[in-house]
Design a binder for this molecule. Structure first.
Ligand SMILES: C[S@@+](CC[C@H](N)C(=O)[O-])C[C@H]1O[C@@H](n2cnc3c(N)ncnc32)[C@H](O)[C@@H]1O
Length: 224
């Protein structure tokens, strides 16, 4: 069971009632997504590339994809967005989520397009935004991209220790461009260690409200 909950910045998140985990920070879902993924990841990569290939671990509500789409339109970037999700939201759950979203009317077309896009297919949402959603476990999915940017947005390492591992990070590293970066909200020691042991150079950055630090990790094969 999953239910929509409003966070401190007024934007909604989802609570997984089985684990008690929320999809975003209760200090602000949009604030967290903007800081951790859009600012530290997409806006960092945008001046470097005209076309950016993004992999998201955990599509969930599609909030990271939506905010990236808005920024990509603003900056006139071309995006190839691949997202992996093991437990997709039902349309009832995503409708309930976006009912609580302040910009839902303004972004109605984009929200519907992200959610209506069929799984396992390449979907051209606009001339400059291609979305591929994979209904799969990140540990089993067959991906063939060469990603510039990875949004690593699994549930926390306490709840899903099996995903914050050298096995998963090295599989992802193998799919990344030589100057690619991975961004994530957890700056726990075990996460940094696992990333470093796969060849990532890990940078600790100031986090959104309620979180001191978050991470950006460069694969940087030119240096390693
Ligand atoms: C912290 S939530 C983030 C969701 C999303 N990025 C958002 O903004 O709504 C983690 C997501 O990872 C998904 N997930 C959990 N285990 C997974 C796995 N093994 N493979 C792929 N996705 C998984 C969950 O269903 C959930 O949607």
């Amino acid at each position: 069971m999953r239910e929509t909950v409003i966070t401190a910045d007024g934007s909604p998140t989802i609570r997984d009632t089985a684990t008690g985990e929320h999809f975003h920070s209760l200090h602000g879902a949009v604030s967290e997504s903007m800081k951790v993924f859009v600012e530290n990841g997409f806006l960092y990569m945008a001046p470097r590339k005209e076309t950016i290939s993004i992999l998201e671990m955990g599509f969930g509500t599609g909030l990271n994809a939506l905010l990236t789409l808005v920024e990509a339109n603003r900056l006139e970037k071309r995006i190839h967005y691949s997202a992996v999700e093991k437990y997709p939201l039902s349309s009832k759950e995503s409708d309930a989520y976006y009912n609580g979203f302040a910009q839902a009317d303004m972004l109605d077309f984009e929200i519907s397009a992200l959610h209506a896009a069929p799984w396992g297919k390449s979907n051209k949402l606009s001339p400059d935004f291609i979305l591929e959603k994979f209904h799969a476990d990140i540990r089993e999915v067959k991906l063939s991209g060469c990603y510039d940017l990875v949004y690593f947005d699994a549930f926390s390492p306490q709840v899903q220790p099996e995903l914050w591992t050298t096995e998963v990070f090295s599989m992802i590293a193998g799919l990344m461009a030589e100057d690619g970066v991975l961004v994530t909200y957890s700056s726990k020691g075990i996460v940094k260690q696992a990333l470093r042991s796969c060849g990532f150079i890990v940078e600790r950055l100031p986090g959104p409200v309620g979180k001191r630090h978050v991470l950006r990790a460069s694969i940087n094969r030119k240096v390693v």
